[in-house]
Design a protein around this ligand. Structure first.
Ligand SMILES: C[S@@+](CC[C@H](N)C(=O)[O-])C[C@H]1O[C@@H](n2cnc3c(N)ncnc32)[C@H](O)[C@@H]1O
Length: 481
């Protein structure tokens, strides 16, 4: 910004920002004001600011390997000279105008190093002249006999004082989107960089790590979600290569290798919603269990759980998480294709469970494909005498790109299970995963006409699920395209 005075004092302008030599990089503040106080006193002084005062030196543009020292510069900020006796009270009453930057103190030594005074640094975006103070602030200054005369303070600003967006905006080509959002999974920050950001990927990773305490590894997703195990291929951009994350979700601890299993922090509310529907003593069949975010909390709240996942790594971490949360005796785990799980362990356990009174739930969270597995319930218990009681409640997830997702998912679920579910199901919106793509959960009791049907021959589950998967993936594409 520039410093202007009224005509009788002439017009001064000076560059407010001067890059410091790299060798003087440090986070210490310099305390000498460059202009005589008389030149910038009282209401004659106006700070005209650039819209972005905290803009790093232009030389950093295009940098691909992070040089933190190149961000060091000196800027001039307004300040008030405050007697030490009233310092705390003044700082309190100037909350709105005082400078608020990470790593920058609001109070610094007076330039004359007098122990009777300190300088309170003000935010140059908010204070450009003495008239910038609010009525209440001006009144407080008067009551504490603080001179409203604005001082100038030369402040050394370093990389550490800048926000992520400020660093990236200065480095990436002008006018390009610098969005730096990421998902946090334990110590891992997980990004999804766009093509124009890729030349700067390591720098972006380093900045994210520096600016987010606790993040010690930054990864970028390098492909679309893997079609079978729902995990991403990822590249480490910065930090340690340790992919074993420790997270806490809804009070439950999980550990897993984030590069080899599925984990989505955005599903925590959904996990909690479903687990809250399950009462102690009930049974849960988790067909696509992942590392256990339904299975483990359900077992902790007193349910008996049979949890399955096709990915051997998920299966291993599922067992690990059961032990970690001391529910290994309540969870039986399986490493099967979902269809084989329904036609195997689910089919075996159901007849006895239907005779009891405790509820039975089947959780199917594989949104791209789960609807395609519903036909596994057709005639599942065809050898058993039909009954109405205690039929299993299915919670089946899917994506929809339809204008009316509720109608769409009920129709697709009905088609797959071979029975109209319209009047006997509920649909829950889980989250919007992309523009025009919603994740939904359809809940229904498996109709007895389906479960005990003698018209549907149960095909033996094959040990190798790939051929089945080929068909289901093709079918799923119809819905997803
Ligand atoms: C979207 S993830 C959901 C995991 C977990 N339930 C959750 O909510 O985080 C789907 C899981 O299904 C597993 N999976 C994919 N295809 C499968 C199949 N045919 N049979 C069983 N599990 C499968 C994947 O390995 C993955 O762990």
């Amino acid at each position: 910004y520039q410093l202007l005075t009224f005509p009788n004092k002439g017009v001064f302008s000076f560059p407010s920002v001067s890059p410091a030599p790299h060798s003087v990089y440090n986070s210490r503040l310099c305390s000498a004001a460059t202009l005589p106080v008389s030149a910038c006193s009282g209401s004659a002084v106006k700070f005209i600011m650039e819209p972005k005062l905290y803009r790093p030196p232009p030389e950093v543009r295009g940098m691909t390997s992070l040089d933190k020292e190149a961000f060091t510069q000196t800027i001039t900020v307004p300040a008030l000279r405050v007697p030490t006796g009233v310092l705390n009270k003044v700082v309190k009453s100037l909350k709105k105008s005082a400078i608020q930057r990470p790593g920058i103190p609001r109070v610094v030594q007076d330039k004359e190093e007098s122990s009777d005074f300190r300088l309170v640094l003000l935010d140059p975006h908010k204070v450009s002249s003495t008239t910038s103070f609010s009525e209440a602030e001006a009144e407080a200054l008067r009551s504490f006999s603080v001179s409203e005369e604005l001082q100038h303070y030369e402040l050394q600003l370093t990389y550490h004082n800048l926000k992520t967006e400020e660093v990236l905006e200065a480095v990436l080509p002008q006018g390009q989107d610098v969005t730096s959002s990421f998902s946090r999974v334990g110590h891992i920050a997980h990004m999804n960089l766009r093509d124009h950001q890729l030349p700067y990927k390591n720098l972006i990773g380093q900045v994210i790590m520096d600016k987010n305490p606790g993040v010690t590894c930054v990864v970028n997703k390098t492909n679309m979600i893997d079609s079978t195990y729902r995990n991403f291929k990822m590249e480490v951009l910065a930090g340690e290569e340790n992919m074993v994350a420790k997270v806490k979700e809804n009070g439950v601890n999980y550990e897993f290798d984030f590069s080899r299993v599925y984990w989505n922090p955005r599903l925590s509310t959904e996990h909690q919603r479903v687990v809250q529907l399950i009462k102690p003593g009930e049974t849960v069949f988790d067909v696509f269990a992942g590392v256990g975010p339904f299975a483990v909390p359900a077992a902790r709240s007193g349910a008996k759980v049979l949890a399955n996942d096709l990915n051997p790594e998920s299966y291993r971490w599922l067992q690990h998480n059961c032990k970690l949360n001391k529910v290994e005796k309540k969870v039986r785990s399986f490493n099967l294709d979902g269809r084989a799980f329904i036609q195997g362990p689910v089919k075996q356990e159901l007849p006895a469970l239907l005779k009891g009174t405790a509820g039975v739930h089947v959780v199917m969270n594989l949104p791209a494909l789960a609807l395609e597995f519903l036909d596994a319930f057709r005639g599942l218990l065809h050898q058993e005498p039909p009954c109405d009681e205690n039929l299993p409640i299915v919670h089946c997830y899917c994506f929809s790109k339809d204008d009316n997702p509720e109608t769409d998912v009920v129709k697709r679920a009905s088609d797959s299970i071979g029975f109209p579910l319209e009047s006997q199901c509920s649909v829950h919106f889980v989250r919007n995963v992309a523009p025009n793509k919603d994740m939904m959960c359809v809940r229904f009791k498996v109709p007895k006409e389906v479960l005990f049907s003698k018209d549907h021959d149960q095909t033996e589950p094959s040990e190798e699920p790939s051929s089945y998967r080929f068909i289901t993936i093709r079918n799923a594409r119809k819905h997803l395209s």
